[in-house]
Design a protein around this ligand. Structure first.
Ligand SMILES: Cc1ncc(C[n+]2csc(CCOP(=O)(O)OP(=O)(O)O)c2C)c(N)n1
Ligand code: SF4
Ligand SMILES: [Mg+2]
Length: 301
């Protein structure tokens, strides 16, 4: 695993995220972007559909991210990146073409182009940063919102489970799939680095969990704790899959045993989106977690 000192040095060199940009205080997406660009050594062109990142990047003198960005229509990210990757193959094949899209733009609106680009094995790294809702437009529910969470479109709590996009990519046979979290930067760095260096030339998919203070109604000072509890409760599983074979990452390994997981209530108590959740929905959410573990563990064999 990369050393913290190296990550800090590389972030200083990359300077991908400018100080005082338009992200909310405590935004984990902003952190994830910084860590990811350090791993890519800024050798990338980023394709961004409408999402919080397109706000954070700003425009004109307010430009908040220090890297070439191409903004595209919501559903088209993976198609736009496919064209770009093919052109760059002729001009400068070493450049990484990276989609950086939200969960709404990936699990829902951009899923068709994502699946198409994966099937064609385009030379793209597709990053889905997962803040579990359409946060830029005021916290609506997405396919990636967990069961029980209140959003402005699920006012009594979402009734269906979180869509498992990374697992769908594994099922599609994508050469390299990984899940990561903004609050485990070294693990995140390693996965982006590996995607860029070991699997260049192929389609790669990385889903990064990025807790969002306003959308999840979490106090800024608690956001890292909530990110860690996402892993410690077993809710968010960190893993890598190479050509369909899953390896559970070290930070998640012990939580395959349900007895070692932190209680889900401990995670929910910091988040206003779970306020007054019914005991029935809590139970169903716990069942969702166990189901996901069983599904992922089957892929390790
Ligand atoms: C075709 C289209 N539909 C809707 C919108 C409005 N819109 C802009 S950003 C956004 C939310 C995006 O959610 P997500 O992809 O999860 O990114 P986040 O805002 O959470 O970062 C929506 C609905 C749009 N720009 N284009
Ligand atoms: S709404 Fe959430 S993801 Fe968007 S900028 Fe604010 S903290 Fe970041
Ligand atoms: Mg989102």
């Amino acid at each position: 695993m990369v050393k913290l000192k190296v990550l800090i040095e590389k972030e200083k060199l990359a300077k991908a995220v400018k100080k005082g940009n338009l992200a909310c205080p405590g935004c984990n997406l902003n952190l994830a972007f910084r860590h990811a660009m350090a791993a890519l050594e800024n050798n990338a062109i980023i394709v961004v559909p409408a999402c919080c990142t397109s706000v954070i990047q700003g425009f004109g003198h307010g430009y908040g991210l220090n890297i070439p960005i191409f903004n595209c229509a919501f559903a088209s990210s993976a198609a736009v990146a496919s064209g770009m990757a093919r052109m760059m193959k002729r001009r400068d094949p070493n450049v990484n073409i990276v989609v950086w899209a939200g969960d709404g733009g990936t699990a829902d609106i951009g899923f068709a182009t994502l699946s198409g680009a994966a099937e064609r094995d385009e030379d793209i790294i597709y990053v889905m940063y997962d803040n579990e809702g359409y946060q830029n437009t005021g916290a609506q529910k997405s396919g990636s919102t967990p069961r029980g969470a209140k959003t402005t479109t699920t006012v009594t709590g979402k009734r269906s489970p979180k869509k498992s996009v990374a697992k769908m990519m594994v099922a599609q046979g994508v050469p390299y799939v990984a899940t990561a979290s903004a609050v485990y930067p070294l693990d995140l760095y390693d996965k982006i680095y590996r995607a860029a260096h070991e699997f260049k030339g192929h389609f790669r998919f990385i889903q990064i969990h990025t807790p969002c203070p306003p959308g999840w109604q979490v106090q800024t000072q608690d956001v890292v704790k909530v990110g860690k509890l996402s892993v410690e409760t077993g809710y968010w599983i960190l893993y890598e899959a190479v050509h369909g074979k899953v390896t559970i990452s070290s930070k998640s390994r012990r939580y395959q045993d349900p007895a070692k997981r932190a209680p889900i209530e401990e995670w929910m108590k910091y988040q206003g989106r779970f306020k007054n959740i019914t005991p029935e929905l809590v139970k169903q959410l716990e069942e969702d977690i166990q189901f996901e573990w069983e599904e992922i563990l089957k892929l390790t064999q």
